[in-house]
Design a protein around this ligand. Sequence first.
Ligand code: GLV
Length: 321
Amino acid sequence: MARILVTAPQLPEALDLLTVTHEVIGGQEFMTRDEIASYIGGVDAILSALSDPLDAEMISLAGPGLKIIAQCAAGFNNIDVAAAKQRGIQVSTTPGVLHEATADTAFMLMLMVTRRAGEAERWVRDHKPWRYSHTFMLGTGLQGAQLGIIGLGQIGEAMGRRAAVLGMDVVYSSRSDKDLSAIDGVNPDTAPTRRVELGELLETSDVVSLHCPLTPETRHIIDAAALAQMKDTAFLVNTARGACVDEAALVDALNSGSIAGAGLDVYEDEPTINPALYEMDNVVLLPHIGSATRQTRWMMSKLAIDNITDVLAGRPARTAL
Ligand code: GLV
């Protein structure tokens, strides 16, 4: 019976699936670094979460039995993949199952911030006086506006599809021309195909939405200079990783009115949020719920468990990095 470390709360049905054939440790509470460190020497697999600090030092504590870190997320910036691979530990993620739900969240944030939905809802809940008025709570319409997608993977493509249905013009930036047919699940016939340089994207888009992974190159890709390039009527949406945006610079840009608003699901130092953001009515704040639908979370759990099963049976993980 293999020992599986589950580092964060999991769906009961996922735990049931694992415990049929394995001994499961954890699974109830978010584990601290010290707790993970105390277990990592004696387990065969880790079902990990995106906040687990699986850096080189932690991976050096792995026992000889550890064969796979199965990350239950698309992003993996918390894992030192090279250090894991060097020790023969496979690392897998859960692509292909969460992009639609995450694009829904980005789309929702775009609509919420441009149509002032958070602010309007707070107004009603605060019992502030209102009645239908031609001039009340006017937002920004998006038909004919331009969406700039930074990072065209599965989630960016799904966001582009949604925006196109709304009547938006969609452009994207990436470091190189994308061979869209090479991105799993992307339909080149419907994907945005107009690639522009990042500078042009920032200068010309009405909404800028981040869909890139967090890497050394994309850390603070939206910094003070990038924010200054955006139109003062433009909105920023981030469902990628908080550290893709310099949060202090974002606060300055919002304070000075150099951009019009922001819809955020992720933060630089989660779950801490820059206190100034709470006070801004032109900012929508969500608690990192990008892929949080029951259906998607089950598909993510199932795929991560399938990866563990594969590797423990001597096969490569089906979505290995
Ligand atoms: C969520 O942020 C993920 O990476 O899956």
